[in-house]
Write a protein that binds this ligand. Structure first.
Ligand SMILES: [Zn+2]
Ligand SMILES: [Zn+2]
Length: 165
């Protein structure tokens, strides 16, 4: 989605809103099984005395799998994104700045980058998910399993030492 900002730039003030659906082709994340709604991107570009700022909210319904317990669950994703636009870049490496092409901004590129940057590395069903027992595979969120914990060999030595005294 290209946003034409030539008028906004000429005015030196004001805002231009946008609202579009992001193509999810290539947006595959570890732990995301499917998108249950389109990915929507809503926001505005504002011109503050020549400084062009983008603010956007990206939302989507996801069906995920927990990285620890492998449970599948639905999730609502909401990411707030911000970026700057410039007609030319002095520093090519500045990731917050996006180059305008003939007064037009590639909003898809900005939204895709924000999504990739803000997506968590490991999706969990809850932050304190206990995961599965590595021995018997039981879901430890449902309660403890029958497996005994291996005693720490250092503690064993200490126990034997105490016994001798
Ligand atoms: Zn889990
Ligand atoms: Zn177990």
């Amino acid at each position: 989605m290209e946003l034409d900002l030539r008028e906004l730039i000429a005015q030196d003030a004001g805002r231009v809103g946008f609202d579009f659906e992001l193509d999810t082709d290539g947006l595959d994340f570890e732990g995301v099984l499917s998108y249950t709604t389109p990915v929507t991107v809503r926001g505005a570009v504002e011109n503050h005395a020549g400084l062009l700022t983008v603010s956007a909210v990206i939302e989507a319904g996801l069906y995920c799998q927990c990285a620890r317990c492998l449970k599948e669950f639905p999730r609502h994703l909401r990411i707030e994104a911000a970026a700057y636009l410039a007609e030319e870049l002095e520093d090519e490496d500045n990731g917050d700045y996006y180059l305008l092409n003939d007064g037009k901004a590639d909003m898809e590129e900005i939204a895709r980058d924000a999504l990739i940057l803000n997506f968590e590395q490991r999706i969990l069903c809850s932050e304190d998910c206990k995961g599965l027992c590595p021995k018997c595979g039981k879901d430890l969120n449902e309660g403890p399993c029958e497996c005994r914990e291996e005693p720490d060999p250092r503690m064993l030595t200490l126990g034997q030492l105490l016994e001798k005294e």
